[in-house]
Design a protein around this ligand. Sequence first.
Ligand code: AMP
Ligand code: ZN
Length: 427
Amino acid sequence: MAFRLFNTMSARVEEFRPLRDNEVRMYACGPTVYDYGHIGNFRTFVAVDLLQRYLRQNGYKVHYVMNITDVDDKIIRNAARAGMTVRQYTEKYEKAFLEDAALIGIGQPRLVRATEHIQEMADFVAKLVAKDIAYRTDDGSYYFRIAKFPEYRKLSKKDFSGMIDGARVDVDEYDKDSARDFALWKGPKPGEALWETSIGPGRPGWHLECSVMSMKELGESFDLHAGGEDLVFPHHENEIAQSESLTGKPFAHFWFHARFLLVEGEKMSKSLGNFFTLRDLVLKGHKPSSLRYLLASVPYRNQLNFTFDGLKQAAVSVERLRNFRLRLSAGSFPAGANPAMQSLASETVERTHAALDDDLNTAQAQAAVFEMVRQANAAFDAGEIKQGDVAPLLAALAKFDEIFAVLDDDDVPKMKKMLDWATAEGR
Ligand code: AMP
Ligand code: ZN
């Protein structure tokens, strides 16, 4: 069976085929580095990590780019309040993101920073102005005229019939249902960071950052663009409008969106006291592998309800997998091979593959491996495992772990590192 994936653009599950034979060019919207990442952010980042690992396992050459949003409204505001430059302010959170990503087993994407592409962003705006798609306002800002892009809404499918031509919005995150000309570039404001460029002083809007960096790294048309479900509108709709207006070509082919994580059934919020960073949970004694396993356990298109019971259960599951591997690798077995175990191993490989082929059904993949562990443990207890069964069973487990990445026990050093950080921060 071919790999099938839901595409937000077509709103259906489609066969995934890259635009160029064996190469997948994919871009994920990365963190806005104004604070420590929370487990909701990592739900999305883990989902994209599972996807890129699975594509690699299927033999594709994957070019995986993620941006670091190190300039946006919140960063500018916070940096100004703290009396710091933007770089001074973001440095600490960017470093924390890299550490957290490693903590939770996210394979390194190629990372690109918004602040290192400012002039390219200004050039992009200038080209849109030359095409009469963008216009300048008196304060030195530039807006995208959405009336010039008739396909505006094709990703989000929102009804913009009441849209008013020329109405503007200049905040990066805005009202979920209003279509307005959005800021590509924001003119300078007293006390806020600015960059001097060929279109004047100011700073880029958030949407522009991703269009410029993704096309620079991956080309005008590439295979897949990913993020959490909240990015469909306005962020990704705006990226499409800007990019396709400029190039006249389709921007990303597949749009991959992970649904939100809730905590004990509720939206995470600081006021509810249910807001957790990855660091909070590790410092409470939860293992990084349990967190990764839990975040991977719910297929990315389903809401993930994070609970502490679920986290404990995930820890038990990881232990069970690790013990099974240990049992097989350390045990001594009679010569020969048991046909039942041989077919159990090969069927498990097929089942996990079929589950992941089916729009990355991670829950079914995990279930298939657990069924193998259950049956093989029973065979073990009955003395029915033979020397020749060990390698295929271990291989099935290893193949699963190429995607889920929880078998190697490096939890203790990772937790120790986190503890050292907390101590140094005086927490
Ligand atoms: P941000 O750092 O706010 O730009 O977000 C980084 C990524 O996390 C984006 O792809 C968001 O869509 C995603 N995200 C934010 N909150 C959640 C959540 N509760 N569950 C899943 N993904 C989220
Ligand atoms: Zn983005």
